[in-house]
Design a protein around this ligand. Structure first.
Ligand SMILES: *Cc1c(COP(=O)(O)O)cnc(C)c1O
Length: 478
């Protein structure tokens, strides 16, 4: 039997790896097998194309390329220049942005680049000006103190964590929470939706330097036109972190007021979530912030990863093809079908539904914590993650929610009919699971009871469902 190019490529790669450390080759093979068998509903994960994956495994990884295209601190970067320029070009065309910086290694890094760029652009400090023109070594002790005081006093207004915001939007476990004096806006307790009047009020009261929009667990569209008006009314810089929904922007599901790029001063994203590229990040902005953004490395980033920038160029080229728009629309159709299937079975959903790729279940109606639900689903072959719901009574560790998303299953080809089956599987597991007790008889927020026969049966049904939609169908590892 003659093998297709993709199978040949991955088989040969594994053969080469196996000769050095067979356990790594085995783990790579096992990872494919596991991913093929699991019903992956993690809203932030996806499956990159074989072309994108293969682009990361080569000698571009050997190259240092600090600096920017055509202005490197290392010699011999002509081929890195080619791929970095291509990735930026595709990003600009795809998102209609005037500038794209494709070096960030992840979404968190992209946010750090953006924060620094905004501070460097906005904060009137002689010490900061010295630092930003690369005279960092000339800064005196007094300069550093002054700089720390000025930067530490800057304010950020972002979405609260329990409403779906992200740690990097000024929360303490992330450096942004130490860099900024942060206040957050939540959602309306009755509807679960962003109340723009309250965001405007918070902005007037707090006068932030940066207004951040974007989320990891908010199942609705955000009106970025209104958010920009709010930012403008208080002189704030408007930043959008589209890490989760970049694929829906790329695929033109979010347009007009819901497309962040024309409305924000600066947009950050990951490339590996709904955008379906390699693990990485990216910053888009207008000409005003471009120079500061390009200082990302070495200001806050380590050396660029040329092999990943090359893979970003490949993935972004894929996202510019017409079938990506179709993919993006199917992600949302699937999320809505999943939401409807759950609602019909009596599940409580935060905001009562979804406009995007994710659905947030409030599992307290099943008498469970998010942690119990997450583990019971995992036992049944369904991979999700627990997540806080607004005003969560179980806190950020146990939570009362389960977040599910459709980018990955949509990449496999599952459609709305399969989403209804998925809703049935989820509902069956949650309704058959009961909370467990601690050794002393008190109720546990972690332990749960689920008949293993039920878990096995659901696992088998999940596998059957996936059998019709093979993952990486062109690849057989033999
Ligand atoms: C996932 C996410 C990030 C972080 O991305 P990493 O690549 O994991 O660093 C940042 N912001 C938001 C809104 C996210 O959802």
């Amino acid at each position: 039997m003659s093998l297709n190019a993709e199978s040949t490529a991955f088989r040969s790669a594994l053969e080469v790896i196996r000769a050095v450390e067979p356990r790594v080759a085995d783990a790579i093979g096992a990872e494919l097998a596991d991913q093929r068998e699991s019903l992956k509903l993690i809203a932030s994960e996806n499956y990159a194309s074989p072309a994108t994956l293969l682009t990361m495994g080569n000698w571009f990884s050997d190259k240092y390329a600090e600096g920017t295209v055509g202005r490197r601190f290392y010699a011999g970067c002509q081929n890195v220049d080619t791929v970095e320029a291509l990735a930026a070009e595709h990003a600009k065309e795809l998102f209609g942005a005037s500038h794209a910086y494709v070096q960030p290694h992840s979404g968190i890094d992209a946010n750090l680049v953006a924060f620094w760029a905004i501070l460097a652009d906005r904060v009137e400090s002689p010490a900061l000006k010295k630092a930003q023109v690369r005279q960092v070594n000339d800064l005196t002790e007094a300069d550093w103190f002054a700089l720390r005081r000025e930067l530490g006093n800057q304010r950020m207004l972002g979405m609260s964590l329990d409403a779906g915001g992200h740690l990097t939007h000024g929360f303490r476990p992330n450096i942004s929470g130490k860099m900024f004096d942060q206040r957050s806006y939540g959602t309306d307790p009755a509807t679960g939706l962003i109340d723009y009047d309250r965001v405007a009020q918070a902005a007037r009261d707090f006068k932030p330097l940066i207004l951040v929009a974007g989320y990891s667990a908010y199942p609705r569209k955000v009106n970025f036109r209104i958010m920009r008006e709010i930012a403008d009314s208080v002189g704030a810089t408007f930043m959008v972190d589209m890490a989760h929904f970049a694929g829906l922007v790329a695929g033109k599901v979010f347009t007009g007021d819901f497309d962040p790029v024309p409305h924000a001063h600066i947009v950050t994203t990951t490339t590996h979530k709904s955008l379906r590229g390699p693990r990485g990040g990216m910053v888009l902005c207008g000409p005003e912030l471009a120079d500061q953004v390009d200082r990302g490395c070495p200001m806050v980033l380590g050396g660029p990863l040329p092999h990943v920038m090359a893979a970003k160029a490949v993935a972004l080229a894929e996202a510019r093809r017409p079938d990506f728009a179709d993919y993006a629309q199917r992600i949302v159709d699937n999320a809505q079908a999943l939401a409807e299937g759950l609602l019909r079975r009596g599940t409580t959903l935060v905001t009562g539904g979804t406009d995007n790729h994710l659905v947030l279940l409030d599992v307290s109606g099943y008498g469970l914590t998010g942690r119990q639900a997450e583990q019971a689903l995992l036992d049944s072959g369904i991979v999700t993650n627990r997540n806080a719901v607004p005003q969560d009574r179980n806190g950020a560790w146990y939570t009362s929610g389960i977040r599910i998303g459709t980018p990955a299953l949509t990449s496999r080809g599952l459609g709305t009919a399969e989403m209804d089956v998925t809703a049935e599987l989820i509902h069956t597991v949650l309704s058959q699971t009961t909370p467990g007790a601690n050794a002393d008889g008190t109720p546990s927020k972690a332990k749960y009871v689920l008949d293993p026969a039920v878990a096995d049966k659901i696992s088998k049904q999940a596998t059957d469902l996936l059998a019709g939609f093979p993952l990486y169908p062109t690849i057989t590892l033999g």
